[in-house]
Write a protein that binds this ligand. Structure first.
Ligand code: SF4
Length: 176
């Protein structure tokens, strides 16, 4: 059974978070393949909820995925209130009955983490597999890690995220 927490010896629970380290990423896309397999039952990195940008000359990958961020502009952007957030885990989900595929959330996401599904045209983004992210199991260099949500790890996640976003801007500039 999937869950968001680790049971501690005193009976309390420890929340977890997904740590994403660009410096360890080789750009192999195993995470995207694993994601598309578990979500769609096929191998297609374009359908992975984690997207990898590659910089071939230095064998580097840059991961883009939902950050379960504090500001979540995607939710506010949706004219149909189709997106909602679990306050405890930060996981955002879409109500496909309410979504009309206007892609406002795609535009609003400051981490470039939302894409529309090629067939359904509904937004696709990481939901942490409900608390047991499958991609982590397939990332050999451990550029993705599912760790206990301590204050230090929250700070580290934010720091790694800002490094990735800086690199994202540089890659976009280079591509112009
Ligand atoms: S599996 Fe790990 S190393 Fe490979 S692209 Fe994904 S995050 Fe990067």
């Amino acid at each position: 059974m999937l869950n968001h927490f680790n049971m501690k010896t005193d009976g309390s629970v420890m929340e977890k978070l997904l740590l994403v380290d660009m410096d360890k990423c080789t750009g192999c896309k195993q995470c995207s393949l694993a994601c598309s397999l578990i979500k769609e039952d096929l191998f297609d990195p374009a359908r992975g909820r984690i997207k990898i940008l590659k910089k071939e000359d230095i064998a580097m990958g840059l991961q883009l995925l939902c950050e379960q961020c504090e500001s979540h502009p995607c939710i506010e952007s949706c004219p149909n209130n189709a997106l909602s957030r679990d306050e405890k885990t930060g996981i955002i989900t879409v109500d496909e009955k309410l979504c009309t595929s206007q892609a406002a959330c795609v535009e609003a996401c400051i981490y470039h983490a939302i894409r529309l599904h090629p067939e359904s045209k509904r937004p696709m983004f990481c939901d942490l597999c409900g608390g047991d992210p499958y991609c982590v199991q397939h990332c050999v260099p451990e550029a993705l890690q599912w760790v206990d949500k301590t204050d230090d790890m929250v700070k580290k996640k934010k720091k790694l995220r800002s490094i990735r976003m800086k690199m994202y801007k540089e890659l976009k500039e280079e591509a112009k």
